[in-house]
Design a protein around this ligand. Structure first.
Ligand SMILES: NC(=O)c1ccc[n+]([C@@H]2O[C@H](COP(=O)([O-])OP(=O)(O)OC[C@H]3O[C@@H](n4cnc5c(N)ncnc54)[C@H](OP(=O)(O)O)[C@@H]3O)[C@@H](O)[C@H]2O)c1
Length: 326
């Protein structure tokens, strides 16, 4: 099989699966470095026979990472975690792991390195997730100065962990709750603001940065066309799930108390560090270039989110639609 070779760390995740499909369609040979190759087997049909290879690797294993990047023209690191568990700390994954990948890419003579960070990466942030993302960026740039760094806002798409979470809450609970510091009925009481970006736009920008000129050493902020506060997001969820739940603003203090308990779930719904992050919102600063540099018109929430939130509609609704169609 001919074509350039790209190694993708984190290729089995939400954003990764779109990137693997996109690059395979462009003719890249894709080597996906994953901890569990059996679980990532679903990626194989995204390419022709032999086009997508799965190799076992953790970003914290220097020897395995060196093997995974050997012979690659480009390397992409998408690995990230939202909460810490045992040895899987933000420092270990976002900083040490990112350093190992960047050093290995430099040592292997790889031409392009793309690194996925996050909007809000900041060494002064109260959130250790955001501080570790900034430290990871610094470490990557030290080891591989030409690395291109992407900072997306919250990413939406069929398998996302954002709209789907609220869709599931709408399906199972009587209210959609958001957190706010102001009175919830005041104009400023809609809670923190977000600028959700479509996963397809994120991977298109990354694909262009792999082959286009002028992206080395740059940091891009990837954000959607509109800013929403949490109350607006809840109204979108209510509308698209057709659940008519009460949208309820509560003080952040309740989020802090809830997170103290919820953080102990095997896959926590909310941790104290996520509450710190949530308070800040996630909107592009405008100080960095964004999707426009790639000629991408950002896709709106209104176009994509209804296509997958409809799965949370009442079953009666689906039945009614079926009957109407007869
Ligand atoms: N989704 C968003 O809204 C969003 C917003 C801003 C920034 N980001 C950043 O974008 C990146 C990708 O996000 P995502 O939503 O696609 O995350 P995701 O669905 O959780 O995927 C993370 C990927 O990392 C892999 N991974 C975790 N630990 C690993 C390790 N030690 N070694 C090798 N692979 C490991 C996971 O594979 P296994 O665990 O199966 O091994 C998975 O493939 C992350 O860095 C995230 O911080 C995401």
């Amino acid at each position: 099989m001919s074509g350039k070779l790209v190694t993708i760390f984190g290729g089995s995740g939400f954003i990764g699966r779109y990137l693997v499909r996109h690059l395979a369609a462009q003719g890249w040979r894709v080597r996906v470095a994953v901890r569990d190759t059996a679980q990532a087997g679903f990626l194989k049909p995204a390419g022709n026979t032999g086009q997508i290879a799965l190799v076992p690797c953790s970003v914290t294993d220097e020897a395995a990472v060196a093997k995974a990047v050997a012979g690659a023209d480009a390397v992409i690191n998408l690995v990230g975690i939202l909460f810490e568990r045992g040895g899987r700390t933000f420092q270990r994954i976002h900083v040490d792991g990112a350093t190992i990948v960047a050093k290995a890419a430099a040592a292997a003579g790889v031409k392009r390195l793309l690194h996925l960070s996050a909007l809000g990466a900041d060494d002064q942030s109260p959130s250790s997730y955001a501080r570790s993302k900034e430290a990871g960026e610094m470490a990557v740039r030290n080891a591989f100065p030409g690395a291109t760094i992407f900072r997306p806002s919250v990413v939406f798409g069929t398998e996302d962990g954002f709209f789907n979470l609220f869709g599931a809450i709408a399906a199972w609970f009587p209210a959609l709750t958001f957190f706010t510091n102001a009175h919830p009925h005041s104009p400023t009481g809609g809670g923190p603001k977000f600028q959700p970006v479509y996963v397809g736009d994120v991977v298109e920008a990354m694909a262009q940065a792999l082959t286009g000129e002028g992206h080395a050493g740059k940091i891009y902020e990837l954000a959607g066309p509109r800013v929403y506060d949490m109350r607006e997001i809840m109204h979108i969820v209510n509308r698209e799930t057709q659940r008519k739940r009460m949208v309820w603003g509560v003080p952040f203090l309740l989020a802090e108390i809830g997170a103290m308990v919820l953080q102990f779930l095997p896959k926590p719904l909310l941790t104290p560090d996520q509450v710190k992050l949530l308070r800040l919102g996630n909107v592009a600063t405008g100080r960095r270039p964004g999707l426009a540099v790639f000629g991408i018109t950002p896709t709106t929430v209104e176009v994509v989110v209804p296509t997958y939130l409809k799965r949370f509609r009442p079953t009666q609704q689906t039945k009614k639609l079926r009957l109407q169609a007869r």
